[in-house]
Design a protein around this ligand. Structure first.
Ligand SMILES: C[S@@+](CC[C@H](N)C(=O)[O-])C[C@H]1O[C@@H](n2cnc3c(N)ncnc32)[C@H](O)[C@@H]1O
Length: 211
């Protein structure tokens, strides 16, 4: 690996142009101690949403709406983002972010609750894209619900898949790191999916549902 890799990675993170609405949502997130997706991850999510012509996207982990704004930016003008979070106050902030960015309320469905309670009640095979932006141990628990919701050709995106760069280090055996590692392998090995691991942000697992 070239010694310039770190430089290239920071260049990649700085490459996307983040608009004012996203920058403000990011600031509010950091003030509240919530880690939003990086610019590189957000831009990748936007491209993925656009590439599948997403009209229906579900996200777990609303936060203050940073990832949501990126996703909305990649969806068609009539696309609806359904976003789930346990924290009502964060969702109030996210609604404000969507509003300030000019997205009408009809473009978002903000659901408060634990994803493991909410997702089983959501329609099967109806979503173009599902994003899990939660800790790896939660992502492991939610991946099957997410796959159930995806249409054929739909995309599952799981953030934080390199978990603070611990996943690549075999000496790291803590439960969260192991969960991230195991989830990556399970998605990669599934005959239902085409999966790749992108080193953007804190790692982005991307799977396409093939049938
Ligand atoms: C990393 S933050 C999301 C940041 C957001 N996607 C952004 O980019 O602005 C993770 C969020 O997931 C929520 N969360 C964690 N576990 C959850 C679960 N099981 N069900 C619903 N929400 C959950 C937390 O309350 C937190 O707001």
């Amino acid at each position: 690996m070239s010694a310039d890799k770190t430089l290239s990675w920071s260049y990649t993170e700085d490459f996307p142009l983040e608009d004012d609405a996203i920058a403000q949502a990011r600031m509010r997130s950091l003030e509240l101690g919530i880690a939003p997706v990086s610019s590189g991850t957000g831009a990748a999510l936007r491209v993925l949403a656009a590439s599948v012509g997403a009209k229906s996207v579900a996200e777990v982990g609303t936060g203050t709406g940073v990832s949501g704004l990126w996703l909305l930016g990649g969806m068609g003008a009539d696309g609806v983002l359904t976003t789930i979070d346990v924290e009502a106050e964060l969702q109030r902030q996210a609604r404000r972010s969507f509003d300030l960015a000019g997205f009408p309320a009809s473009r978002t469905r903000v659901i408060q609750g634990r994803a493991s309670d909410v997702m089983p009640r959501m329609a099967a095979r109806s979503y173009d894209m599902v994003v899990l932006d939660v800790e790896p141990r939660d992502a492991v628990d939610l991946a099957d619900y997410a796959l159930r919701m995806l249409r054929t050709g739909g995309v599952l995106a799981v953030t934080r898949a390199l978990w603070h760069d611990h996943v690549a280090d075999p000496a790291r055996r803590d439960a969260t790191t192991v969960a991230a590692r195991e989830l990556g392998k399970a998605l990669r090995n599934s005959p239902l999916l085409l999966t790749t691991l992108l080193p953007v942000g804190d790692g982005l697992l991307v799977s396409v549902r093939q049938a």
